[in-house]
Design a protein around this ligand. Structure first.
Ligand code: PLP
Length: 402
């Protein structure tokens, strides 16, 4: 058999999916498994979204669509970002794609040449490394451990921009996996640094921008420093906010040249976001917003229940998440212990998650999947009845480590 392309030796399947697959296999074998591993919302969009999709099906044009995205979809997206505080963008600044992941991959192709540096904070969303690897970019990470609330400081950003002169700085707010949300003054301080480094593109992957708790608001570098507009690319998606991960719709807003490049890549990769999906996306963005609003309130309440348990476990360190649907406790206090009942050794995050799954049937993702091996990620979107039971099992598990 001829060899696969060299780049495939660098491409790895998602580490998060690997945990989910193992949990699924144990479930299929009859085990009682509670999965806190996958970042999928536990709700569906409102009926108006399905109705729009049915109507689009009934009037199918049988044609290819726009490479950039249908005008009505771009307009709905523009309305959506205006409500977030991003004004002054037009259709020419925007492009659509098959989910934010596809948009990010397009941006990597559009902005990074082989060997260029892409810098981003750790913990990071797993696919950032994989996307950079596929385009053969060089990754530089900025470690942001629990001791600094998993947040990047202006001094760190300045140092990395000076030393490595990255072509792209990639930022994620609210964060997957930590749930951290940057406050207005924190975004302003980072934006201040970015202004001083005009050769770096900035991608802000802010797909959880509507899932923010405790009365906080979403903030963006462009609002803080409008002069950054010609090199900040904002990325968004329907997947999490609207409970539509499988519909696969993502967006970008940024400089016209970048939106044009993504449109060109679309014309070669996907041609267009499908017509039926487009109709559903327009309905989600411009219809009633009660589903995402109600779910955000519910997630805040779940966050509180999860934190209450984690805070009762001695030695865990868990900065308080204020968005998305993840918590990311630092569990490194327990490395070097043994799980009493099973005799399993806990040397690191992977062994800890594996022992938790084996002995208690609870699936979490090891922090090393996000570049932070001191922690693990709990995604709290499981069915309602499982949340407290799963957290109780986690509490029991840690009590059995010595
Ligand atoms: N960016 C972040 C931070 C994510 O957490 C995810 C999905 O988990 C994505 C992007 C990809 O989203 P999409 O489903 O739109 O491809």
């Amino acid at each position: 058999m001829p060899a696969l392309a060299r780049r495939m030796s660098r491409a790895k399947p998602s580490a998060i999916m690997a945990v989910a697959e193992k949990a699924k296999a144990l479930k299929a074998a009859g085990r009682d498994i509670i999965s806190f591993s996958i970042g999928v919302p536990n709700f569906l969009p409102g009926e108006h979204v399905y109705q729009a999709a049915r109507e689009a099906l009934a009037r199918d044009s049988g044609q290819y669509g726009s490479n950039r995205g249908a005008e009505a979809l771009l307009d709905a997206f523009l309305g959506h970002i205006e409500a977030l505080g991003l004004s002054g963008y037009t259709r020419a600044h925007c492009a659509t794609g098959i989910g934010a992941k596809h948009i990010l991959y397009n941006l990597a192709e559009a902005l990074l040449d082989e060997g260029d540096v892409i810098a981003f904070p750790t913990p990071y969303w797993t696919s950032y490394v994989d996307i950079a690897d596929i385009v053969d970019a060089r990754v530089v990470t900025l470690p942001c451990p629990a001791s600094q609330d998993y947040k990047l400081t202006p001094a760190q950003l300045d140092a990395v921009l000076r030393e490595h002169r990255p072509r792209v700085f990639l930022f994620n707010n609210p964060s997957n996996p930590t749930g951290m949300v940057y406050r207005g003054e924190e975004i302003a301080a980072l934006a201040e640094v970015l202004v001083r480094h005009p050769d770096t593109w900035v991608i802000t992957d802010d797909i959880y921008n509507r899932m923010i708790f405790d009365g906080l608001r979403y903030h963006n570098f462009v609002q803080a420093r409008p002069e950054l507009r010609d090199r900040v690319v904002f990325v968004d998606s329907l997947s999490k906010t609207y409970g539509m991960p499988g519909w696969r719709v993502g967006f970008m807003a940024g400089p016209e040249a970048v939106a044009g490049a993504v449109t060109t890549l679309n014309s070669n990769h996907i041609t267009n976001v499908p017509e039926i999906t487009t109709a559903a996306a327009i309905a989600a963005l411009s219809g009633p917003q009660d589903v995402p609003e109600a779910r955000t309130r519910e997630f805040q309440e779940r966050r509180d229940r999860v934190l209450a348990v984690l805070e009762s476990i001695p030695g865990l360190r868990c900065p308080r998440p204020q968005g998305a649907f993840y918590v990311f406790p630092d569990v490194s206090h327990y490395f070097g212990t043994t799980h009493g009942p099973s005799g399993l050794r806990i040397g690191n995050d992977v062994e800890l998650c594996s022992a938790l799954l084996e002995t208690k049937g609870v699936a979490c993702v090891p922090g090393s999947a996000f570049g932070e091996p001191a922690a693990l990620r709990i995604s709290y979107t499981c069915p309602a009845g499982q949340l407290d039971e799963g957290m109780q099992r986690i509490r029991d598990f840690f009590a059995e480590l010595a």
